[in-house]
Design a protein. Structure first.
Length: 93
């Protein structure tokens, strides 16, 4: 069970990093620091969008943007951090 708990914790950590990178990439594109006409940037952005958007969309429906700031990634990271601490404890019982 310890191996399963470690695997779940690692997957949650990787997903948290994917959310953080997706947010940073979105900011960089909006500020025109990088351009999505670059094929690599487009592919990375598309991949991150496809893996994060299905989880972020329901959060955005419940909590809209406040003053133009989207808080859904922050809420998702907080929930994932809670799960990362909570789920392995359940598996080790």
């Amino acid at each position: 069970m310890l191996a399963l708990a470690n695997l779940i914790s690692t997957v949650i950590s990787l997903y948290m990093w994917a959310v953080i990178i997706a947010v940073a990439l979105t900011w960089l594109v909006q500020l025109q620091v990088i351009n999505t006409s670059n094929r690599l940037v487009y592919q990375v952005g598309d991949f991150l969008y496809r893996i994060t958007e299905p989880v972020l969309r329901p959060i955005r429906q419940v909590i809209p943007a406040i003053g133009g700031i989207d808080l859904s990634p922050l809420i998702l990271i907080l929930v994932l951090g809670f799960l990362q601490q909570f789920i392995p404890g359940l598996l080790l019982r």
